[in-house]
Design a protein around this ligand. Structure first.
Ligand SMILES: *Cc1c(COP(=O)(O)O)cnc(C)c1O
Length: 379
């Protein structure tokens, strides 16, 4: 297939991420019915690879694929894994765990929304105490990299506490999977999840839950709260037929196959080193211009920099965004209510040179608007 002459854009938003030309081109394939064996074989390989990325023993863990954006995984895990009369504990220090609480509201699931400050790791003792007091809690849910702020939660420790209390641990790893090395068993994870367009650097439309087979099988008789989005039903259909129950995102699946090939070529360590290099370059640029972060550096995941708006009347995020966009760089607003911020993320097929070029353009935008640099803050 010919190399694309599609213009290369640098996406610094928290996914979808910049993709390689080879991943883009992998979507251009002869038309195929996804019920063909050829397609099913490809799905099986992908299913295995997704487990392998988190070092899961294939006897014990599996991946279940869905057509949808990443939120579908959150919805599925919560609505499918809760037995009648039991409770979810959501450890919530950011926008994505808040979304999980909203999902529980929509399904009328019994849950405890255990909130912590957006700029702090959750208090493990508080979590322990809540679990000790309430034996109805059977699911503990949190987010690994809180994409709104870039705060990294201590999932291994939270998982340990969950297991001490015989609860299942579900982690939203959408914005860390295939970037930050994860070991599903050592990290005490029963279920994690992601979508193809973030860490894998493929296209949007395919999402997947990776988790413990035995627990999925135990959930066979739990209440079915959704027809389309049920973990056991999809697992069972795939197990019996090798196909997704309903139409998969065909072309996205081809992009995922190519993205996985490139993942193994770059390697877990090499890839994480590259993301880290990109993130350092982002931090260097931010520091040089005097910007401040929403959360302390030592709490940052190394993938998302949430940056405070400066106290300068000439600062105008929309204008800075538009200037950068025009020059091929996409930046993204923040997600913490009441705290004006924007985000620069280290996802995707980019490297430090791209970040250096970004800061040239970004600095031009500040100069054009007469924003004083280094930027200033009143407090
Ligand atoms: C991106 C993301 C999601 C999913 O968002 P979609 O818009 O549905 O793709 C879920 N959780 C986290 C932590 C994310 O970063």
């Amino acid at each position: 297939m010919k190399k694309t002459d599609v213009e290369r854009k640098i996406l610094l938003n928290p996914g979808p991420a910049t993709t390689t030309d080879s991943v883009k081109m992998a979507q251009i394939v002869p038309d195929i019915c996804p019920r063909e064996k050829e397609f099913a074989d490809m799905m099986k390989d992908i299913q295995k690879d997704l487990v392998r990325i988190v070092h899961g023993n294939p006897e014990k863990y599996t991946s279940v694929l869905f057509c949808g954006s990443g939120t579908i995984n959150m919805d599925i895990c919560l609505n499918s894994l809760l037995p009648e009369g039991k409770k979810v504990l959501i450890i919530n220090n950011g926008a994505y765990s808040q979304r999980a609480a909203e999902i529980c509201d929509y399904y009328d699931l019994d849950y405890i929304n255990l909130e912590f400050a957006y700029n702090q790791q959750p208090d493990l003792e508080v979590i322990s105490n809540v679990l000790a007091k309430d034996s109805d809690i059977v699911l503990v849910y949190t987010t690994h990299n809180e994409t709104g702020t870039g705060l990294l939660n201590p999932i291994r420790k939270i998982g340990e506490i969950a297991h001490e209390h015989h609860a299942i641990f579900i982690v939203d790893t959408t914005s860390s999977y295939a970037m930050i090395p994860i070991d599903i068993e050592k990290d005490n994870i029963d279920f994690c999840m992601a979508s193809a367009q973030k860490g894998l650097m493929a296209m949007t439309g395919l999402s997947f839950v990776i988790g413990n087979k035995k627990i999925i099988e135990e959930s066979a008789n739990y209440p079915k709260r959704s027809y389309y989005c049920n973990l056991y039903l999809q697992y069972d259909f795939f197990r019996k037929t090798g196909e997704m129950h309903f139409t998969p995102p065909v072309q996205t699946v081809y992009s995922v196959r190519q993205a996985l090939k490139e993942y193994w070529e770059e390697g877990e360590v090499g890839k994480w080193e590259r993301h880290t290099r990109v993130f350092r370059a982002i931090q260097d640029g931010i520091d040089r211009l005097g910007f401040q972060y929403l959360i302390n550096k030592e709490l940052q995941s190394g993938l998302v920099a949430a940056v405070r708006y400066p106290d300068d009347n000439n600062w105008d995020f929309a204008k800075v965004h538009d200037y950068c966009y025009l020059h091929g760089f996409t930046i993204y607003p923040g997600k913490i209510s009441g705290r004006d911020s924007f985000r620069l993320c280290a996802l995707g097929a980019i490297d430090e040179g791209d970040i250096e070029r970004f800061f040239e353009v970004f600095t031009e935008a500040l100069q054009m608007l007469n924003v004083q640099t280094p930027v200033k803050y009143n407090k």
